[in-house]
Design a protein around this ligand. Structure first.
Ligand code: TMP
Length: 235
């Protein structure tokens, strides 16, 4: 397997072509941003920790029948994935109120939602990843109705699996963000990453934050949160 030219660089990851058809390498960086890139920094060894956590979670999801882009963890920072075209949607799943939900609706942080909330944002940095609904998605041709149906179903299934997984390591899954992709055959599968960058993870007893909110809010001990998640997940 040969790593070829970089085809995409995002805020937290780089994607490279390989000499194998339909397989890419994702390379996890230590760079951290928040508030649509307004706040920038690095979290020491975040790339290594997020690759470890994401790989483990994708493997567990695959075992539970969720189709993902994950093929193999190649090295500390590299993951081999299936080639997909990312559907330009950020799929947000919320079990407890936090972050933008608390600001939008005035719900106190930590409030348990009566039912799971599913939201879509349009993945577009220039416009700050704005909120979007099923009508926009269809009208803007971002995904078909059938694709949105699959995405919603899979996101809720993934939520149930992740809640259970996190419960077993004494973590409350507050909320998280997913991205899906289209394979060259047109199948919708889970892509991107699942890590403390993209989830809110609170210790179930102390409610201590073990995720990127420590960076977003300058709470300190950022690396310690990620290390704690790695240790619990690798058990
Ligand atoms: P929010 O409360 O800021 O809308 O975020 C909800 C969840 O989505 C939280 O776990 C962080 C994650 N998220 C990302 O992974 N990337 C993003 O760009 C945003 C806005 C949120």
């Amino acid at each position: 397997m040969k790593k070829l030219e970089m085809i995409y660089e995002g805020k937290a990851k780089k994607v490279f072509k390989t000499d194998v058809d339909n397989q890419y390498i994702v390379d996890y960086k230590d760079d951290a941003t928040a508030f649509n890139g307004l706040k920038k920094g690095t979290i020491t060894d975040k790339g290594i920790m997020n690759n470890t956590i994401s790989s483990k979670i994708f493997q567990l999801l695959e075992q539970k029948g969720i189709k993902t882009h994950f093929l193999q963890k190649l090295s500390d920072r590299e993951m081999l994935v299936r080639k997909v075209e990312i559907v330009p949607l950020e799929v947000l799943v919320r079990n407890y109120a936090a972050g933008s939900l608390t600001k939008r609706y005035g719900i106190p942080e930590g409030t348990k939602m009566d039912t799971t909330i599913l939201e879509f944002c349009y993945k577009n940095d220039e416009y700050g990843d704005p909120f979007i609904n099923n009508y926009h998605i269809k009208a803007m041709n971002l995904a078909t109705e059938a694709e949105v149906e699959i995405i919603e179903k899979e996101a809720l299934k993934i939520n149930e699996i992740l809640i259970e997984l996190m419960k077993n390591i004494n973590i409350d899954l507050v909320d998280f963000k997913l991205e899906f992709g289209r394979t060259p055959e047109g199948e919708i599968i889970l892509a991107d990453e699942i890590s403390p960058d993209t989830c809110r993870l609170w210790d179930a007893v102390t409610h201590e934050k073990l995720d990127k909110d420590r960076f977003r809010r300058d709470m300190g001990k950022v690396e310690e949160g990620y290390i704690e998640v790695v240790n619990r997940i690798l058990g």
